[in-house]
Design a protein around this ligand. Structure first.
Ligand SMILES: Nc1nc2c(ncn2[C@@H]2O[C@H](COP(=O)(O)OP(=O)(O)OP(=O)(O)O)[C@@H](O)[C@H]2O)c(=O)[nH]1
Ligand SMILES: [Mg+2]
Length: 285
C-alpha cells in the first residue's frame, strides 16, 4: 500500500516553531494514545532540548487502558512527564496543573534564586494535525482564561492565554508532521483518521485493520458485528458486509461502503478501546 502524502508548509512551520520555542519554558506535546509513537514528530526532541517536557496521551478514552499505562511508563522512563487525557470530556485536566509545576520546578527554583517572583511558566502546545491540540487548549483553558494580549518585548503578534497566575499558554499551537516516509506510520495514522481518507485505498486499509484487530483484540469484531473471525481478512470484510447489508445493486458486496463503516466504528470507539501500537513490543506492531 502506498500512501502519498505531501504536507505543505512543512519547513515554514518548523521554522516558526523554532522561533516560538525561544519564548517558552515548557512543551506540552500531544500524542494520540492509540498510536503514541507514530503520532510523534521525529524532530521534536531535538527542537525541544533544554525545555521542560510534558507528553499528553490524548484520546486516552479511545485507547486500551492497559496500553495507556504501559505507554505512560515508557515515556516516563525516557524522562518525560506524562498525563493521560481525554480532551473532549476534560478527564485528566486537573492533574495537569500540578504536573506542570513539577515539570518546571528547576525553572521555578532558578527564578527564585535570581530573585524573580511570580514569573509565569510559559508553555506551548505542540503536535501533529488532528491530534486534539485545539480541543485540549479549549478544555484546559476553559472559560476562566483570558488572552493577555501582546507582551512588550516579545515578538509582535504573539498572543498568550493566561491560564492562572502560574501558567501562560502560547495561543498558536505548534503544528508538526509525523514520519510519513514510513509506510506503517502512515497506515496507523490513516486508521485513526489523521490522514485524509481520500488519499488512500480504504479497502486495503480496512483489510490491514481487520487483520490487526483479529490478532491483537480477538473477539472484538465478533462482538461488534456478530460475525465469525475465522478466515482471511477479506473473508472477515465480506462477513461484515453481509451482516450490515452493505450491498450494491445486484446483491454484490460493497467493499468501499463496508470499509467506511468499519472506520467510522473504529474511530468512534465502537469496536472497543484499541491501541494500534503496543509499548515495548515493536515486533508486534
Ligand atoms: N474521543 C476523543 N476525541 C478527541 C479528543 N481530543 C480531540 N478529539 C477529537 O479529535 C478531532 C481533532 O481535534 P482538534 O482539536 O481539532 O485537533 P487539532 O490538533 O487542533 O487539529 P489541527 O488544528 O487540524 O492540527 C476532533 O474531532 C475532536 O473532537 C479526546 O481526547 N478524545
Ligand atoms: Mg487545531
Amino acid at each position: 500500500m502506498n500512501i502519498q502524502w505531501y504536507p505543505g508548509h512543512m519547513t515554514k512551520a518548523k521554522r516558526q516553531m523554532q522561533e516560538d520555542l525561544k519564548l517558552i519554558d515548557l512543551i506540552i506535546e500531544l500524542v494520540d494514545a492509540r498510536v503514541p509513537l507514530s503520532s510523534r514528530n521525529p524532530d521534536i526532541d531535538q527542537l525541544g532540548q533544554n525545555k521542560s517536557r510534558l507528553i499528553l496521551l490524548n484520546k486516552a478514552d479511545l485507547a486500551d487502558e492497559r496500553q495507556n499505562e504501559a505507554w505512560k511508563e515508557y515515556f516516563q522512563s525516557k524522562g518525560f512527564y506524562v498525563v493521560k487525557v481525554d480532551s473532549r470530556s476534560g478527564s485528566g485536566m486537573k492533574m495537569i496543573q500540578n504536573v506542570i509545576q513539577e515539570a518546571c520546578k528547576e525553572k521555578i527554583e532558578r527564578d527564585r534564586r535570581r530573585g524573580i517572583k511570580n514569573r509565569p511558566i510559559r508553555a506551548m502546545v505542540a503536535g501533529i494535525p488532528n491530534v486534539g491540540k485545539s480541543t485540549f487548549i479549549n478544555t484546559f483553558a476553559g472559560k476562566a482564561c483570558a488572552k493577555t494580549g501582546n507582551k512588550p518585548g516579545v515578538t509582535k503578534g504573539k498572543q498568550w492565554i493566561r491560564l492562572n497566575k502560574n501558567v501562560e499558554l502560547l495561543d498558536t499551537p505548534g503544528i508538526l508532521w509525523p514520519k510519513f516516509e514510513d509506510q506503517l506510520v502512515g497506515i496507523r495514522l490513516a486508521c485513526v483518521g489523521s490522514i485524509k481518507d481520500d488519499i488512500l485505498n480504504i479497502e486495503e486499509l480496512a483489510l490491514w485493520l481487520l487483520e490487526k484487530l483479529k490478532k491483537d483484540y480477538p473477539g472484538a469484531l465478533e462482538k461488534r458485528y456478530g460475525i465469525s473471525e475465522e478466515g482471511t481478512p477479506l473473508e472477515t470484510l465480506e462477513a461484515i458486509a453481509r451482516a450490515r447489508g452493505c450491498l450494491k445493486r445486484g446483491e454484490e458486496l460493497d467493499y468501499v461502503k463496508t470499509s467506511g463503516l468499519i472506520f467510522d466504528d473504529f474511530r468512534g470507539g465502537k469496536i472497543g478501546r484499541i491501541t494500534l501500537e503496543w509499548a515495548g513490543q515493536q515486533e508486534n506492531n
